[in-house]
Ligand binder design. Structure first.
Ligand code: ADP
Ligand code: MG
Length: 313
């Protein structure tokens, strides 16, 4: 089973850059690595010189990249739901049911559920072919919501299953013959419950799954980072390391830059204090925004040897 790592943090702090730099390190060390982007605003295509596809694309030796496009994943998810439902509803009712499903496309939570479904597939199936799964997640709260989903969706599926069982036992009582017919909905729910439980087990096992939070030494990212760590931990996830990105170098010369560097200092200290019990890596602000994987070398160097998972025997 692959060890998975999620790079989380506010938009623009450097998640995509750090996740890519880290994935390049893993691949260079001979670990078969899959870099997964769930961020619609990513710039992986620029970094690798060509766009990743919907299935893993080989970009470097030992490094594949895959992009989860929210719209495409939502479509795939709804198609799958339709296929499950099709044999169960007929005639006029099916038109209504399928129209409801089309409306569900834009309902809150559908896109997340679809992305999560794809993530579960990556963790449980695709991940078997890799040593490392590196996730470049969508900004901020999304990471928490996405990773907490197995817990929430598990409870939801449990509720559905309970209601289904009640309906079936009522039927049994009405029919009075004691025979229980096969229930395809119950079976589909059970399968889903099993996958969610397996995903949740993987995500909450600190030896196999960890989150690296990326922050910049500024007020808001600092405050949010502490909150995000607490929230992730309250859902049983292992927050394994902190990256403080875009730190200005000591030897800046203009007054303007000296002021900026000095303003960063208390936030660097506060961030490091919040992660006193974890590895913390600082990455310097580069003179140019990294535009290619070569430009990421300083970031890769800063992340060298970082292991955010808990030791396992
Ligand atoms: N250490 C750094 N120095 C300078 N620019 C950086 C650094 N890290 C990231 N950037 C730039 O900052 C912007 C946001 O980075 P990105 O990795 O896309 O963040 P996120 O994925 O968190 O939104 C990009 O233009 C990126 O090239
Ligand atoms: Mg990004």
């Amino acid at each position: 089973m692959a060890r998975s790592l999620f790079f989380g943090g506010k938009g623009g702090v450097g998640k995509t850059s750090c996740a890519t730099a880290y994935a390049l390190n893993c691949a260079a060390a001979g670990q078969k690595t899959l870099l997964v982007s769930t961020d619609p605003a990513h710039n992986l295509a620029d970094l690798f010189g060509r766009a990743p596809g919907a299935t893993p694309t080989r970009m470097r030796p030992d490094l594949d990249v895959v992009e989860l496009d929210p719209d495409r994943e939502t479509q795939r998810y709804l198609d799958q739901v339709k296929d499950t439902i099709r044999p169960l509803v007929s005639g006029e009712r099916s038109t209504t049911v399928f129209r409801q499903l089309e409306l569900a496309r834009h309902a809150p939570g559908t896109e997340e559920a679809a992305l999560f479904d794809a993530l579960v597939g990556l963790l449980l199936e695709t991940g078997r072919d890799y040593d490392r799964l590196i996730f470049d997640t969508a900004p901020g709260g999304h990471t928490v919501r996405l990773l907490a989903l197995p817990e929430i969706m598990g409870a939801w599926v449990d509720g559905l299953m309970q209601r289904r069982r009640k309906v079936r036992s009522d039927y049994k009582a009405w029919l009075g013959d004691g025979e229980v017919v096969d229930d395809p909905i119950q079976e589909a729910l059970m399968r889903r419950r099993g996958r969610l439980a397996a995903a949740r087990e993987h995500l909450t096992c600190a030896a196999y799954s960890a989150v690296v939070l990326v922050a910049n030494p500024e007020r808001l990212p600092t405050l949010e980072t502490a909150r995000t760590r607490e929230l992730l931990e309250s859902h049983g996830l292992h927050v394994g390391a902190l990256v403080i990105n875009k730190c200005l170098p000591e030897d800046v010369d203009s007054t303007w830059l000296i002021n900026w560097r000095d303003e960063q200092r208390p936030w660097r200290e506060q961030l490091a204090a919040t992660f006193a019990d974890r590895p913390v890596r600082e990455i310097g602000h580069q003179p140019h925004a990294p535009a290619s994987s070569d430009d990421l070398q300083p970031l890769s160097d800063a992340l060298q040897g970082l292991t955010p998972w808990q030791d396992h025997d």
